[in-house]
Design a protein around this ligand. Sequence first.
Ligand code: HAM
Length: 418
Amino acid sequence: MQIKSIRGFKDILPGEVEKWQFAEGEARRIFGLFGFSEFRIPVVERTDLFVRSIGEATDIVGKEMYTFQDRDGDSITLRPEATASIMRAYLEHGLNVQEPVGKYYFIGPMFRHERPQKGRYRQFHQIDAEILGVEDPWADAEILTMLIHYLGGLGLKNLGLQINSLGCPECRAPYKAEIQKFLQGRRAALCEDCRRRLETNPLRIFDCKKEECREALRTAPSVLDYLCPDCLNHFARVRALLDEISLPYAVNPRMVRGLDYYTRTAFEVVAGELGAQNAVCGGGRYDGLAQDIGGPRVPSIGFAIGVERLVLLLPENQNAPRPQVFLAALGEVPRRKAFSLAQELRRADIRVELDYEGKSLKSQMRKADKMRSPYVLILGDEELKRNQVILRDMASKAQEDLSFADIVGKVKTLMAKS
Ligand code: HAM
């Protein structure tokens, strides 16, 4: 039986991968403008790191993590997200001591055992950015500005930025109790999962997509009415900074996010075109995460963009690579010469393709055409005797003879013009 890939694990093939390269390249470029450095973290971590940061009562930790015992009997987990790992590494290497403000980004795969559907996979990729060690609302406004600058620069339209404040543990506790009380009376109307959440993690019910649960929450109290004066002031200052630069957003007091480490500012970017899995990006502040994993207090904020969802929004086939020159050679000796000519052109940064199978000239020309190569260099026994090739312009069909010595110079001039 032919072996197939695992459900929820997707191949990214040439034709689509160019969109990924574009999205990733732009992220590196734009994040660099904002002074962020790349960070690389391991694919696996101790399970405890995620349990203590993301939270035991979340869906991610409760039912989605890829957790194994390794050969030493340790419990390890394929990372379901990057934030906890970045904070772990930042503390482990004492980066907070050298320079408390860290601005980092990370691009790579994550693993969650969710039910696969369009825009939702078990291995998916994130473009993640974090500002560590800053409590001031400036960090919130700066990271949101960078996010929108990046997404807008990719040409994405119809995106909506939603923001909320989840408060700090002091103001969240009474709110949580209030929601619990509010929903106890509506318990029967909730789905089975949410009846369980009502006991363990009632704020998660805001995340439920089921109509009955949404309806039950319709008149629920708003978290914004429960913020303590400090949290209220922090949120007002974030909004004032966003208003200052005219960055459009909507306040959504029902957005809670699916990870327990969030405090104060939380946000999502949604794209109407994506259907059910419409969150392209999620993020927020996590002022207590460092302490949850045994470190000092490091107020921080960040976001992660889902790359699979992002590329669904990009136009098709941008930057598909095509050769700049196709080398068509006929006969054994000309083919050998073509092989070395190809290397010479590539050393001069020219994208060259050739035929590997010794096909007829007609078939090689067809291949060059299919690959949309703008020029073909033709080399047969006759040309070889004269130390020449024929250069054919595929659009105008004009041909000219070129001596071997002039090939690289001529092709470079043509490329510079096109
Ligand atoms: P998250 O909301 O769990 O946040 O994930 C961020 C984004 O990753 C989502 O908005 C979505 O685009 C994408 N995503 C999540 N799960 C899947 C999946 N199964 N398949 C495809 N895409 C998916 C976090 O992960 C936080 N670490 C974000 C953050 C960074 N908060 C602070 N800093």
